[in-house]
Design a protein around this ligand. Structure first.
Ligand SMILES: Nc1ncnc2c1ncn2[C@@H]1O[C@H](COP(=O)(O)OP(=O)(O)OP(=O)(O)O)[C@@H](O)[C@H]1O
Ligand SMILES: [Mg+2]
Length: 242
């Protein structure tokens, strides 16, 4: 590898982040571990990191063509990518097309109900609080983002949603919802970061309704590994050469 890993800056649940010889570049290593419920439930399968890396980079490449910039710079190997170092905005930005998960529980809407329009939600990234859902006013009050930045995050998230819905629809999968993260680069631009994978999306087979994402692990549905591989194979086959 031409890019050298320097200090381990952060070890998260799904990835390790390393410094490189360049101050504004990082190496993100995708791990084989799988966690849920704020890391109370732990698992793993061999090759999971590679599968998520391949799905993420395939999506980031397509988004770049659709005019959405991400932190992705290049693939180093099966488990490592080079990314632009960002000052992360401590929000999980969630886009929902269908009700599922916490939205269904909170609002009493049956899982799988189509929403009349896509919804964007913000969750504060704070493990000790369990990443609470917060309002736009909370975001501003906490100085996490300005009103103008909130507008930008929402429009960017909705643009990403349109692109992702198309990518998944073309491979026979409904995009139920997904979580993304953003950061700011040294020019102050807001850039899409982290990953987009079955860890961070709800993906349901259009024909059978079968879940093909991390809910298989969260809910002990079995075939976790098979489902991640299926999504990877399908997305690369259709979108890998775009
Ligand atoms: N381009 C980037 N620059 C700096 N940090 C990044 C970048 N992209 C992602 N990150 C951060 O790197 C970490 C990736 O690790 P991982 O996803 O495993 O974390 P995690 O266990 O989910 O914990 P966290 O609650 O911090 O997300 C996350 O904290 C993420 O916000
Ligand atoms: Mg994470």
């Amino acid at each position: 590898m031409t890019e050298t890993k320097k200090d381990l800056l952060y070890e998260g649940k799904a990835k390790k982040v390393y410094a490189t010889t360049k101050p504004d570049q990082l190496i993100q290593e995708f791990k084989d571990s799988l966690t849920a419920f704020n890391a109370q439930k732990k698992g793993s399968f061999k090759g999971k990191g590679t599968v998520n890396l391949k799905i993420t980079t395939c999506i980031f490449n397509y988004l770049a063509k659709m005019g959405v910039n991400s932190h992705y710079l290049k693939t180093i190997d099966d488990q490592n990518i080079l990314v632009e170092k960002l000052n992360m905005i401590p929000l999980e930005v969630v886009v929902r097309n269908f009700a599922a998960g916490s939205m269904s529980t909170r609002l009493g809407i049956t899982e799988g109900t189509l929403l009349s329009k896509p919804i964007v939600e913000f969750y504060l990234k704070k493990d000790e609080l369990g990443d609470p859902l917060i309002t736009d006013d909370h975001v501003v009050m906490l100085k996490v983002a300005t009103v103008a930045e909130i507008d930008h995050l929402k429009s960017c998230a909705l643009k990403i949603n349109i692109a992702l819905k198309k990518m998944f629809s073309d491979i026979g999968i409904d995009l139920i919802d997904f979580k993304i993260e953003f950061g700011k680069n040294k020019k102050g631009e807001i850039v899409l970061a982290d990953e987009i994978s079955p860890d961070s999306c709800r993906l349901w087979d259009k024909a059978t309704g079968e879940k093909l994402d991390k809910d298989r692990f969260r809910r002990d549905l079995g075939k976790v590994e098979e489902s991640y591989h299926l999504v990877c194979d399908k997305i690369l086959k259709v979108w890998g050469k775009h």
